[in-house]
Design a protein around this ligand. Sequence first.
Ligand code: GUN
Length: 290
Amino acid sequence: MSATIIDGKAYAEGLRSRIAGAVGTLAGQGVTPGLAVVIVGEDPASQLYVKNKARQTVEVGMRSFEHKLPATTSETGLLDLVARLNADPAVDGILVQLPLPKQIDAQKVIEAIDPSKDVDGFHPINAGRLMTGVPGLVSCTPLGCLLLAQSVRRDLAGLNAVVLGRSNIVGKPMAQLLIAQSCTVTVAHSKTRDLPQVCRNADLLVAAVGRPEMVRGDWIKPGAIVIDVGINRVPNPAAGEAKTRVVGDIAYAEAAPVASAITPVPGGVGPMTIACLLRNTLEAACLRRG
Ligand code: GUN
């Protein structure tokens, strides 16, 4: 039997339409949530993300404030902007697009953002809230992964969950979210011994390592739920020399016949990240404005 394909695009559309409904209700009370996105430099992938964020923010009825700074921006210059956004009552959420140029200490910038406006959930206060089970803003990609896993299995309690990757942005918050759902969580990484065997124990596998198709079909436990965070651009010889295609961290064609449910790439986790960002902005607006 082949796996259920988890349609992240459709789920994200539904989520955005529910957010738009709530934003409409707030508008009736004279409140319009605002999201400020800051990008430093010219990285094309980051620019595309930021453009998509701004478009979707406006589509759900929120205000979008875009700040494009040159790659030569100093750390002080960026910290000054963050301070202004912290103080701006029209701004409910602040996102500083990562990575930042070398002269800027990203952690310093993250820690300068008012935790109540930290819609990325990267501030140590929000990371700490997640770890201690206190409500707070949760990192968007892991939140999207959780929602997709729960879309095929409401109750994840007791599952063996394996998270591949230990980044602050995905792996660590993902593990915390799954612990909060009463999963038994293993966090695996580049130094983990016998990774295939660790993965074969996973009822729920979340891959966030950034290595194209690293997880093979025989690493998957029959019936597992498989969530692929990877977005890797690889050459596509079938389409000509210069062409590329996007693949995940999971060898999808091998894994799909073994899993019970799997996210495709593209169209799985990717669309959920911005939808969850909008959800966080709405939540931040409701909490801040009572
Ligand atoms: N760069 C890639 N993903 C993200 C994200 O989720 N948030 C921010 N701020 N930067 C990113």
